[in-house]
Design a protein around this ligand. Structure first.
Ligand code: TRP
Length: 453
């Protein structure tokens, strides 16, 4: 079989396309579904503050590190580490990222499937006239139904695969450029509606007024995990996207814009959801069902609820889709560049393999709902281990690699586009990736394990 021809590698066409695609990856169910429920479970504002600290001190540097590795090597994560540090086992980090992509996409596509069901329900006016108890049991019944969630998941994976099949510029970039502005518009409209609800102030207080007694080691680990998950860092997604960034574009401003956009949208999602949660007396620690149970209630009690529900679930579907494509792309880039499978076949093989794992994940919420490890279902294990273990561990080695092994000159050269622009804080960046970020990540782990503190 012919070797992969690296001179014909696809790439992003424009700066705005890069930002749309990378922000599309970062902004997803992590912001709109996971951020509110994890914030709710971890006490609100104090969690948010720690989260913001991690985004700035660790998130942005890890993101810039990933872009730097990717664009330097022009390869998928496995190939990138192998090329940049020959003869040393750094490629294992790339392999771990590819495994993480399977895990993440498997459970993520479960939720993405739920969003399609809820979009369908809102189109067909399926919430109207239902009491809160009925909406609650409707969700539980659907979630544990068995086949419906699986069918939606397969449909969602099909859309994901279809975009990836079309390629980087004509698939990922093109759709991100259309979908991201729609997403922004929708979330703005919903926020305005939510903060003007009677009683909204309690929700805003929960989100913005910290109660530091709520902080403990597991809250800190959750905040770190959420920061990694939300920014799409720690598994090579942004190494892969970085490898498609043009040599002319500025990596540091891209990393900063994408992180800022992601954080902004997470906060907007909080602003959209918590006022409504409090206005209607719902428990903010409801868990993964939060947006699916809470919001239909709220929409049904609002004038124009049909329209709000439709907008919100459309928002979720769009957010999910621009993220799932970025995870699948990691696997497809690896298959096509390292295993010499052509891109189209690679897309088909990877999607089918991931969907199979995903189906078990979905069924673990229903008919196969039984403990997989400890008391947790397969879904819970995949979600928890990927966000709170794989990503921070990946991020730890990524910053160590850039800080200590890639060579200062290479890093400087790549970030400054061979000296064309200087990163004013380059030395500060180096201190972060060499020392501060690795120590911070390691400490969070040790605290969690009870070894420190
Ligand atoms: N960041 C996305 C979200 O918030 C999910 C995601 C996409 C992701 N690619 C990733 C998470 C890579 C971790 C790693 O929904």
């Amino acid at each position: 079989m012919a070797k992969f021809d690296f001179s014909k590698r696809d790439s992003f066409g424009s700066k705005i396309g890069i930002i749309a695609a990378a922000a599309g990856s970062a902004i997803g169910l992590g912001n709109i579904w996971r951020f509110p429920y994890v914030t709710g479970e971890n006490g609100g504002a104090a969690f948010l503050l720690i989260y913001l600290g991690f985004i700035i001190m660790i998130g942005i540097p890890v993101m810039l590190s990933e872009f730097t590795i990717g664009r330097r090597a022009q390869r998928n994560p496995f190939g990138a580490f192998r090329l940049l540090k020959k003869g040393q086992p750094w490629y294992l980090i790339g392999l771990m990222g590819i495994a993480a992509a399977f895990f993440i996409l498997a459970f993520y596509s479960t939720i993405a499937g739920w969003t399609l069901e809820y979009l369908y329900l809102s189109i067909t006016d399926g919430f109207s006239g239902k009491s809160p108890e009925q909406l609650n049991s409707m969700f539980k019944k659907f979630q544990s139904d068995g086949w419906w969630p699986v069918i939606w998941q397969v449909i969602f994976m099909f859309f994901t695969a279809w975009i990836i099949y079309r390629g980087v510029r004509n698939g990922i970039e093109k759709y991100a450029k259309i979908l991201m502005p729609v997403l922004l518009l929708i979330i703005f409209i919903i926020c305005i509606r939510s903060v003007t609800l009677p009683g909204a102030i309690d929700g805003l207080r929960f989100l913005f007024k910290p109660d530091f007694s709520k902080i403990n080691p597991s809250v800190i680990l959750e905040a770190l995990g959420q920061a990694f998950f939300s920014l799409s860092i720690g598994m090579g997604t942004l190494i892969t996207y970085g490898s498609y960034i043009n040599k002319r574009d500025n990596l540091s401003t891209t990393a900063i814009s994408v992180s800022a956009a992601d954080t902004f949208i997470a906060i907007l999602a909080g602003v959209a959801i918590f006022p409504a949660v409090f206005a209607y007396g719902i428990n903010p620690a409801e868990g993964e069902a939060l947006v699916f149970i809470t919001l239909p209630n709220i929409f049904m009690e609002m004038p124009g609820g049909y329209f709000w529900a439709l907008l919100f679930f459309l928002l979720l579907v769009i957010a999910a889709l621009t993220s799932t494509i970025s995870v699948l792309e990691v696997v497809v880039a690896f298959f096509s560049e390292e295993l010499n499978i052509n891109r189209k076949q690679a897309t088909i093989i990877a999607s089918i393999a991931i969907t199979i794992l995903g189906v078990f994940c979905t069924l673990s919420q229903g008919p196969l709902n039984q403990p997989f490890i400890g008391e947790n279902t397969l879904f819970e294990i995949l979600e928890y281990t990927s966000a709170n273990l794989f990503l921070p561990i990946g991020g730890f080695f990524i910053v160590i690699f850039v800080g200590w092994f890639m060579g200062r000159k290479n890093v400087d050269d790549e970030i400054s586009n061979s000296g064309k622009f200087k990163l004013p804080l380059f030395n500060f960046f180096l201190v972060i990736v060499r020392i501060i970020a690795p120590i911070a990540i390691a400490m969070v782990f040790l605290y969690q394990l009870g070894i420190l503190g």
